[in-house]
Design a protein around this ligand. Structure first.
Ligand code: ADP
Length: 258
């Protein structure tokens, strides 16, 4: 049944009997397991780039001594592994920051400003990929003000747009829309990328899950981006929907209550 119980017994001095208590500690045990798994996954993910850095530092030293042509290349490899560690730590910190965090810090922001600030953080990737990004806002307020937890929604949008840019083997074309109805805001992000096979669609929101590592645009991500998105949206009492067609692209919908 995957249940854990703590059994304790007490002898009563005044009476010839024993009290046996059975305490359900499943929640604590499961939490301990999640924590242990998380730490072991984090260590495992950090170990690979660190091992690479170690190896290439030795190779670099030899190359410098022998004055051969590999120096520049080894520096590049070391640098990309350092970037990987940097990204992993950024994601780990964000994940622990938002895990179970239900307090909302609501304020008004213009939809355009939200998107521009999010895209600004992705400038390098957008330019590298030569991506085309279109936006569309259909909002009640004529000045496009929305009332949200800006920091959290920005991180959700950043992770979704970043994925839309990365998981594509052609020039990315991304549509970002913000819509609203009486009760909710809807953030819609569509790409023309690799698509996500049907059997993977639930799994990609799990911690550290990555679709087949042999996919063409294998990017050294942490596998935490979408779990951060899920954590934030669930704590917001919102929902995420996903439609996708292999080879044609994906659309993520984030729906949050007003
Ligand atoms: P990461 O990007 O660090 O691997 P994520 O949790 O953000 O981790 O995504 C999990 C996996 O889901 C990715 O490895 C990728 O295979 C797949 N994925 C996410 N977004 C998209 C997308 N827009 N198009 C195709 N595949 C995607």
């Amino acid at each position: 049944l995957n249940k854990y119980y703590l059994i304790e017994s007490y002898r009563l001095e005044t009476e010839p009997s024993i009290i046996i208590s059975l305490r359900d500690i499943t929640i604590t045990k499961n939490f301990e397991k999640i924590q242990k798994d998380f730490i072991s996954n984090v260590s495992h993910e950090l170990k690979t780039p660190l091992t690479n850095i170690k190896g290439y530092t030795i190779a670099l030293e030899e190359s410098i001594e022998n004055k051969d042509d590999n120096v520049k290349n080894f520096f590049k490899i070391i640098n990309s592994n350092i970037n990987k560690i940097d990204n992993l730590i950024y994601d780990f910190l964000n994940y622990s920051k938002y895990e179970g965090f239900k307090i909302l810090n609501l304020s008004y922001i213009k939809a355009e400003e939200l998107i521009n600030e999010t895209l600004f953080g992705l400038t390098l990737l957008i330019n590298n990929k030569n991506a085309k990004i279109q936006t569309n806002f259909m909002l009640f307020d004529e000045n496009h003000y929305i009332y949200i937890d800006v920091e959290k929604i920005k991180l959700v949008m950043k992770n979704l747009i970043e994925n839309a840019l990365i998981y594509s083997s052609k020039k990315p074309e991304i549509n970002i829309e913000i819509l609203e109805d009486e009760n909710s805001y809807i953030f819609k992000i569509s790409d023309n990328g690799l698509g996500i096979p049907e059997e993977e669609r639930d799994k990609i929101f799990e911690k550290f899950y990555r679709v087949d590592k042999s996919r063409p645009m294998n990017f050294s991500g942490s596998g935490l981006g979408l779990s951060i998105v899920k954590e934030i949206v669930h704590n917001y009492n919102g929902e995420i929907k996903l439609t996708s067609e292999s080879g044609l692209g994906s659309t993520f919908y984030v729906i949050i209550p007003k």
